[in-house]
Structure formats: structure tokens, C-alpha cells
Design a protein around this ligand. Structure first.
Ligand SMILES: Cc1cc2nc3c(=O)[nH]c(=O)nc-3n(C[C@H](O)[C@H](O)[C@H](O)COP(=O)(O)OP(=O)(O)OC[C@H]3O[C@@H](n4cnc5c(N)ncnc54)[C@H](O)[C@@H]3O)c2cc1C
Length: 439
């Protein structure tokens, strides 16, 4: 006899920074709320953990008040209690930043204290179907689940950007994306994300080209330069910015006055966000390490746009490096390999997002952006009513603004989403719900 599928008050889809933050907040508000977090990775936060390590990140870009706990100073107190204050990295004209290991250890502490690992369902959501009562049947690679509400926290959706010139290369060309194989990245396990002093014990004259002049490219180039000769290939001069956007964008009142003044889903909203974000910028804290590797002759910066790339053919000298990259102005770079630090594809046109729109009858705006309620972050149905599917992260940038994909964005989104979910799933609630059932 088939048993009833498990039923939840809220299913969080994605167990990265945003999904874990929201699940923690919901649990803290009411420990009786039945929450599940669906994520295919073995552990919560694996997606962030492996990406950070793969690009050699040693400290966060954001300050110590940005973490997975509820109180802003919680991570600082955790560092004090563990005698790890030296892992709060002093930063010029900016609050201290936690090392990656301190940030992740504190996150583990929060996950453990909130019992979130027990709520983790290791699976991928394949699709979501509407129910008559406004809730959802969530089909996963493991089982079908029932949920009164869902939170979509899928980050950038795991699709990485491959420049056009890579598409003509053979499949075995030594060109990979830094996050393509996150668990077996190019950096040795001990170097990746550790705070150990670099040694040149394993240094070789292998030449690696890192493609991309944003924070990921610069971090990766610095981490690799301890073991390899590195060329950092960037299309634009490096631009130095401490954070991803100016501080006023951390405040909801600023978001309301500067972003919500434009209609939801409008192209104007996207253009405000794009203008405000310092995409492809590098925090000044990376200037010194970059300078040192350049001075030591292990790293050079090449500015240019790739015209074509080829791999060595059989007739070539066996000593020739296997990869040649020719720039538009004629110079050719030869290397053992290239690693792409070229970011993510746009989440707005992700096939999973398209499928949600079709299956649930949801509304989208410019460039495929989901149409969300400004106060609740509930994805609206095509008739303008609010669904019980809430959205956070990069997918919510038309409503949360330039910090939407980042840790402060998780806090801003969570405040609104958790308030709305609590109203919907708390039995004694008298608040009106604007939920309609779509079939
Ligand atoms: C290397 C790096 C360093 C960063 N440093 C900072 C920083 O210092 N400060 C800051 O504020 N921001 C930083 N960011 C930006 C941002 O905080 C991170 O990208 C963060 O991981 C975003 O969290 P997220 O939960 O939205 O996405 P992710 O962490 O990517 O999590 C999304 C999760 O959803 C899962 N998922 C996707 N589709 C499905 C599905 N269909 N079913 C089930 N699960 C699914 C994925 O497997 C993944 O685990 C950094 C980003 C990177 C890549």
C-alpha cells in the first residue's frame, strides 16, 4: 500500500547560503513549523563551500556582520568564544572580514544549533505542481513531497559562462571553468581556502592562463601563482571596489525609494540594479597579494579580448605548450591550460525557471525576471494574485536590489519571506491571504 507523501509547511528549494538562512530564520520563529530543505549536495552550504575553495578564497569579501545567524554580532562573539579573533581580518575603510574557515565553522555551528541538517532532503527538485488548496506537490529525484509553501533559493542555478571561443575547442582541450568540477578543482586541497602561508615547494614553470578580471579571477590567479606561472587575462582594466554595491543599497527604505519606484518586472528596475552593482570588480584587499606575485615574476596581467584558441596538433613539437590563445590585437599566449573565471549564466532564463512559469502559470517581466510582490517576495500568478512560492537570491534582484545574490540579500529577503510564510502557515492567523489557486 502506498503511504502518503511527506507533508511540509515550507519546503526550501536549495540549501546554499540563502536557503539555509531562511530555514534557520523560520525554525527560530517557530520550532513547530515543518520545514524541509531540498538540495542535491551531501551537506548544506556545499555549493558555496566548494566554490569558495575552488577559487582559493581565504577571507570573505563581506564584513563580519554578514553570516547565517540571526544577530549581527553573533559571528564576532563566536570568534571570541573560540579564541579566533585573529581570523577577523582588518580591512582598510571597511569593517573586519571573517576568514573563510571562521565563516564556515560559524555556519556549521548555526546549522547544528538549529537542527537544520535533519531537515535536509538530499535530492533535486524536478518540478512543482499546483494543488487545489494553493499548496504544491514537489517532485524530486527521490520522492514526491507536499508543501503548503515553497521558497525558491537556487542561487545562479549552476550554469557557468563559457566564452564563444571555447566552443570550437575539442572536448579534451585543457580549458575548464573554475567551478565546473568544484570538488576536484585545479588548486591542491591544502592550498584551496586554507590560511597556510604559501610555499614554493611545489612551484613549477607550468603556465596557466586565468580568464576573467573580477574577484574570482584575481583570487584564483593569486592562489595559482604559488605553484604555476600565471597570466591573468582580462578584457578590461581591473576595477577596485570594496563591496558589490554602495552601502545605502543595504537598506530597505533605499531599495523602496530607488527601485520600487519603477513598476515590478520593468526593464527600468533591471537597469537600476545593473548600474548599482560593481560586477567584475576586485576588493582592494587583493591588491597587495597581486602586486607581490607580479613583483616575483610569477604573475602577469594581460588585457585583451580572445579572438581564437587552438590546441597543439600532432605535428607540433612535443615541448610546445598544448594551448594557444590569440588575442584580437594579434598577440598569442601559449600555456599548459586555461581556467575560466567568467561567472554564471543569467538565472532568469534557466530552464527550471521556465518550467515553473509554465507548470504554475506564473508572471514574468523584462528579460524573464519573475514578478514578485515587493512586500512578500511571493511570485505572482499571471492574474496578479500572489502564489505561495517565494523567491530569494539572484532570481529576486528586481525586487531586493543589487545585494540580492549576496549574504545581506539573504537577510533582507528572509525578513519579508518569513513574515509572509508565518502568516500563511500559523493556524491562529487571522491575516488575510491573497492566495489564489491556479490550475
Ligand atoms: C566564491 C564566492 C565567494 C563569495 N563571497 C561572498 C561574500 O564574501 N559575501 C557575500 O555577501 N557574498 C558572497 N558571494 C555571493 C553569494 O553570497 C554566494 O554566491 C551565495 O552562495 C549565494 O547563495 P545562494 O543560496 O543564493 O546560492 P548557492 O549557494 O549557489 O545555493 C543554491 C543551492 O541550490 C541548489 N539547487 C539548485 N537547483 C536546485 C533544484 N532544482 N533542486 C534542489 N536544489 C537546487 C544548488 O545545488 C545549491 O546548493 C560569493 C560567491 C562566490 C561564488
Amino acid at each position: 500500500m502506498r503511504t502518503q507523501p511527506p507533508s511540509y509547511d515550507c519546503l526550501v528549494i536549495g540549501g546554499g547560503i540563502h536557503g539555509t538562512y531562511i530555514a534557520r530564520e523560520l525554525t527560530q520563529r517557530d520550532s513547530g513549523t515543518r520545514i524541509g530543505i531540498v538540495d542535491p549536495n551531501p551537506r548544506l552550504l556545499d555549493s558555496f563551500r566548494t566554490k569558495a575553495r575552488a577559487c582559493g578564497m581565504t577571507a570573505l569579501r563581506s564584513s563580519f556582520v554578514n553570516h547565517l545567524g540571526g544577530e549581527p554580532f553573533q559571528l564576532e562573539h563566536f570568534a571570541g568564544g573560540e579564541d579566533r579573533e585573529d581570523e577577523l581580518v582588518p580591512t582598510v575603510d571597511y569593517p573586519e572580514r571573517p576568514t573563510l574557515s571562521l565563516f564556515l565553522d560559524h555556519a556549521e555551528h548555526v546549522i547544528e544549533r538549529s537542527g537544520l541538517s535533519e531537515k535536509h532532503i538530499q535530492a533535486t527538485v524536478k518540478c512543482i505542481q499546483p494543488r487545489q488548496d494553493g499548496g504544491f506537490t514537489v517532485e524530486t529525484t527521490d520522492d514526491d513531497l507536499q508543501a503548503a509553501t515553497c521558497v525558491l533559493a537556487i542561487g545562479h542555478g549552476g550554469r557557468y559562462t563559457y566564452p564563444e571561443w571555447t566552443t570550437t575547442l575539442p572536448a579534451d582541450a585543457p580549458v575548464s571553468h573554475v567551478w565546473e568540477d568544484e570538488k576536484n578543482g585545479i588548486l591542491p586541497e591544502t592550498d584551496a581556502g586554507s590560511d597556510d602561508d604559501a610555499t614554493d615547494e611545489h612551484a613549477t614553470d607550468d603556465h596557466t592562463i586565468v580568464v576573467g578580471g573580477g574577484i574570482t579571477g584575481v583570487q584564483l590567479a593569486c592562489a595559482l601563482a604559488t605553484d604555476h606561472l600565471v597570466t591573468l587575462l582580462t578584457r578590461h582594466p581591473l576595477t577596485w571596489e570594496t563591496a558589490e554595491a554602495d552601502p545605502p543599497w543595504l537598506n530597505w527604505s533605499h531599495i523602496e525609494s530607488e527601485l520600487h519606484c519603477h513598476p515590478p518586472g520593468s526593464a527600468e528596475r533591471l537597469s537600476v540594479v545593473d548600474d548599482a552593482r560593481y560586477d567584475a570588480s576586485v576588493p582592494p584587499a587583493l591588491y597587495e597579494p597581486l602586486r607581490e606575485h607580479i613583483d616575483e615574476g610569477r604573475l602577469e596581467i594581460e588585457q585583451g579580448t580572445v579572438e581564437s584558441a587552438t590546441t597543439t596538433d600532432d605535428d607540433s613539437n612535443a615541448d610546445d605548450p598544448p594551448l594557444s590563445i590569440t588575442l584580437e590585437r594579434g598577440r598569442t599566449l601559449h600555456a599548459e591550460r586555461a581556467v575560466l573565471a567568467t561567472g554564471f549564466e543569467n538565472i532568469f532564463d534557466h530552464p527550471f525557471v521556465d518550467q515553473l512559469e509554465t507548470d504554475l502559470g506564473l508572471a514574468r517581466g523584462a528579460d524573464g525576471m519573475p514578478l514578485l510582490g515587493d512586500e512578500t517576495l511571493a511570485w505572482e500568478y499571471a492574474d496578479g494574485s500572489e502564489s505561495r512560492l517565494f523567491v530569494t537570491g539572484a532570481l529576486a534582484r528586481g525586487t531586493v536590489g543589487p545585494y540580492a545574490p549576496n549574504i545581506p540579500g539573504a537577510r533582507r529577503a528572509s525578513e519579508r519571506i518569513c513574515e509572509a510564510i508565518t502568516r500563511l502557515v500559523t493556524p491562529q492567523s487571522t491575516a488575510p491571504t491573497s492566495v489564489s489557486v491556479q490550475q
